[in-house]
Design a protein around this ligand. Structure first.
Ligand SMILES: *Cc1c(COP(=O)(O)O)cnc(C)c1O
Length: 372
């Protein structure tokens, strides 16, 4: 089945008790056992398993074409759980421009527990290769990257990982399974902040890990999910599953708006640079064209001048909202450097934009008046 059909049907069943077409939300924390003491209907205690979570996990595995999925309370919890499957002394190669929370988990939280990490420029395959050590067990990929939309070659990095006896994990949050198919490119694990495009409405915080195969590594992850307890609550699972039903169509709108905005900005005299992989001038354009179905709903741009000029543009938008995050119906603009640490690599005149689902012309007019 195609992804549009999977998005509507995977994980959805008519409720056998009532015929309800949309699943109820199972808030019960505990489940009755049979007279002989067995767990007759598959559920026992909701940290270990819940019908809404199980339905979402079925859907996520189907969407990504994986063997199994585990839903977490946030994208950060999903990332943390994958890293906790590694052992002290193991080495991870991660992008220099990884999602900031991922960098903190690797460097400040798991570093003291003995996990070794090298941050590498993932767009430079030689640098990735040079970073490999005998203890390397995982290469972490995030493409397109935040906030410069840099593109890494998933297939080539997965090959390097496998040659070194390591797993390749792709944070597929920014692309979504509609646009980028990491398992087909050789990845072993996919992480999502389902807070973004999958939830799709800026009203639910959640995350997921999808494994290509339901192997021993995934079983360890499942144990960490159930016993570590960072599980996604039933209502959150219900909201994400509901969001996914319209994902493929929403993503088309996000992509179309981002492309039109990027084209407008790239012609604007007050804009110094536009970072959008759909522009032929973008350094990752060719790789993105090969590994993505479309170029996504995220872009960033640099305003001529500096930090003050960029902040002034963000201050003047009327339809677009000044806020962090991405993937919802509202277009969001953010001066990234303000929320990043002082040693950030993000240019001070950069604004990041999550193209929402408003009409592209209204968004362009809003940016035009803010840049005027
Ligand atoms: C938001 C985000 C995360 C973290 O997800 P949360 O749901 O906020 O915990 C991880 N990776 C990427 C690429 C993100 O955009």
């Amino acid at each position: 089945m195609r992804i549009e059909t999977l998005a509507v049907h995977a994980g959805h069943e008519i409720d056998p008790g009532t015929g309800a077409v949309t699943a109820p939300i199972y808030l019960s924390t505990t489940f009755e056992r049979a007279e002989d003491g067995t767990v007759s209907k598959g559920y026992f205690y909701s940290r270990l398993g819940n019908p809404n979570r199980a339905a979402l996990e079925v859907c996520l595995a189907a969407l990504e074409g994986g063997g199994a999925a585990a839903a977490f309370a946030s994208g950060a919890a999903a990332t943390m759980s994958v890293l906790q499957c590694l052992a002290p002394g193991d080495h991870v190669i991660a992008p220099i421009d990884a999602y900031h929370g991922t960098t903190i988990l690797l460097r400040d939280i798991l570093g003291p527990w003995g996990l070794q990490v090298t941050f590498a420029d993932m767009t430079d395959l030689d640098e990735v290769k040079r970073s490999i050590r005998p203890q390397t067990r995982m290469i972490w990929v995030e493409t397109p990257s935040n906030p410069l939309l840099r593109i890494s070659d998933i297939a080539r990095i997965a090959e390097l990982a496998h040659a070194a006896g390591a797993r390749c994990t792709v944070d597929n949050t920014w692309a979504s399974p509609v646009l980028q198919r990491p398992f087909e490119l050789g990845a072993d694990l996919i992480v999502h902040s389902t807070t973004k495009y999958l939830g799709g409405h800026c009203d639910v915080l959640s995350g997921a890990v999808v494994a290509k195969t339901d192997d021993a590594f995934f079983q360890r992850l499942r144990t960490i999910q159930m016993q570590g307890g960072a599980v996604a609550p039933p209502f959150d699972c219900w909201l994400v599953l509901r969001g996914i039903r319209t994902l493929p169509y929403r993503v088309r709108g996000h992509c179309e708006n981002a492309r039109k905005i990027a084209e407008f900005l790239s012609r604007h005299p007050r804009v110094e640079a536009v970072h959008f992989p759909g522009l032929p001038t973008h350094p990752g354009h060719a790789i993105a064209a090969g590994q993505m179905r479309d170029f996504g709903g995220m872009l960033s741009f640099q305003v001529r001048g500096g930090k003050d000029q960029a902040l002034a543009v963000a201050a003047k938008v009327r339809i677009i909202t000044r806020a962090t995050s991405l993937g919802g119906p509202d277009s969001l603009i953010e001066h990234r450097a303000t929320i990043e640490p002082p040693d950030t690599r993000t240019p001070q005149n950069l604004l990041r934009l999550s193209a929402g689902l408003e009409h592209a012309d209204d968004l362009i007019e809003d940016l035009a008046q803010a840049l005027a």
